[in-house]
Design a binder for this molecule. Structure first.
Ligand SMILES: Cc1ncc(COP(=O)(O)O)c(C=O)c1O
Length: 392
């Protein structure tokens, strides 16, 4: 199947370039353009009634589709927000603790968590226990040991680490190791959702799963979501008026103060007014995949085959820096949709990324790690590494 046909708009706008940053910002399929126009048309048509229309049609459809992709069995537990940071902070705001509370996490979390956690630690609000992800093959056991030792209020880790592409295949195992029912468990699934086949059935009652559409769901910025654990009765302090939609929990006695009620389902983690354009784009992409019988397993197979093609072509280049020896993750079974090359230092990495860019090979880098992402708009012919012979 030729998938490039779905991406003609972005491909035409980037002729002559090789875009390997889909792990950061995926090209948008053509169907998203019409979706944005539909949003405009529906806003004009429904005006004040549009929110009712969105919550009766768009939101349930997306909840169903996402829940099916992740096999949570609980579509009503999906809640949307413009970014995952907002959802993370809302989850953290459920922890009611005068003393610093403990958070067990890793040294490879994206800035949305890392920066926020560092600031809270600086303020003395949390005690942050950071487990190194390397060596990867012992990560899961070291992480479980840290959870057992510290008995934290919050556990936060990624399904796929953004700075290496390493896939944590033992997510369920880690989650099941948390014996304290009061510990909140959050999985950052941004590099997993729509990239790696993911089945949350046996942990859907226990975890918050965060993701969004900017990367592998291909719908651009603005459509993030959380799966909220089934049966969750938590009451986020950072709460918006959307959290009061639908059926509400029973009034409770709060020491004579006003009682704040929450939706019974995932909406209890909702914020407030947001632009739903991105949700229109997301719906269009997910419908397009269904219409073309493209599921996550098929997408993953295709993308991993592109990685293999790339590595084969790369081997022929004998490049001193870009070669398999510098790969962060060698075993394909533990690799997400991007290759990470670990180089000597940040300067060398930045210089190489700039030279590649001058040859219209677009990548991205973090410190000494250069990342090449792969997507459905790549083909064996698209991958052309001949320019490497001119880049020392
Ligand atoms: C692992 C991971 N989590 C989250 C995000 C996005 O976070 P936010 O939605 O808060 O901007 C990214 C990248 O954009 C990421 O790589």
């Amino acid at each position: 199947m030729a998938y490039q046909q779905f991406y003609t708009g972005f491909l035409n706008a980037n002729k002559g370039k090789q875009h390997y940053a889909c792990h950061s910002h995926y090209f948008w399929p053509d169907c998203t353009r019409e979706a944005m126009l539909n949003y405009w048309d529906d806003s004009a048509k429904y005006v004040d009634e549009k929110w009712g229309y969105f919550f009766q049609t768009l939101v349930p459809e997306l909840q169903q589709r996402i829940s099916k992709i992740l096999n949570t069995g609980a579509p009503e537990q999906i809640v949307f927000a413009p970014n995952t940071h907002e959802l993370l902070y809302r989850i953290m705001s459920c922890i009611d603790s005068a003393a610093p509370y403990k958070v067990v996490s890793t040294d490879s979390e994206f800035h949305s968590f890392q920066r926020q956690a560092s600031r809270l630690e600086e303020q003395g609000a949390i005690e942050l226990i950071t487990v190194p992800t390397k060596p990867y093959h012992t990560f899961a056991s070291r992480f479980k040991a840290a959870i057992a030792e510290h008995n934290p209020e919050l556990v936060f880790f990624s399904q796929v680490f953004f700075n290496s592409g390493y896939v944590v295949n033992d997510v369920s195992d880690i989650v099941h190791s948390v014996t304290n029912d009061n510990t909140l468990v959050v999985v950052d699934g941004y590099h997993g959702f729509m990239a790696k086949p993911t089945d949350l059935a046996d942990i859907a009652h226990r975890i918050f799963y965060l993701s969004g559409s900017y990367k592998y769901a291909q719908a651009g910025e603005g459509a993030c979501f959380a799966h909220v654990p089934v049966g969750c009765k938590l009451r986020p302090t950072y709460t918006g008026w959307f959290a009061e939609f639908g059926e509400l929990d029973k009034p409770r006695e709060t020491g004579g103060k006003n009682n704040v009620q929450y939706s019974l389902d995932g909406m209890r983690f909702a914020g407030a007014t947001m632009d739903f354009t991105a949700l229109y784009r997301l719906r269009a992409v997910l419908r397009m995949f269904e219409d073309n019988s493209l599921d996550v397993a098929a997408i993953n197979d295709y993308v991993m085959s592109m990685q293999r093609t790339f590595l084969k072509k790369l081997a022929d280049c004998n490049h001193p820096l870009l070669n398999e020896k510098h790969l962060a993750v060698n075993n394909e079974m533990n690799r997400g949709h991007f290759l990470t090359f670990e180089l000597d230092n940040a300067d060398v990495t930045k210089a190489l990324a700039s030279k590649l860019k001058a040859h219209h090979i677009l990548t991205d880098f973090r410190g000494n790690r250069l990342r090449f992402g792969f997507g459905l708009y790549h083909t064996p012919e698209y991958i052309d590494l001949r320019a490497l012979s001119e880049i020392p």
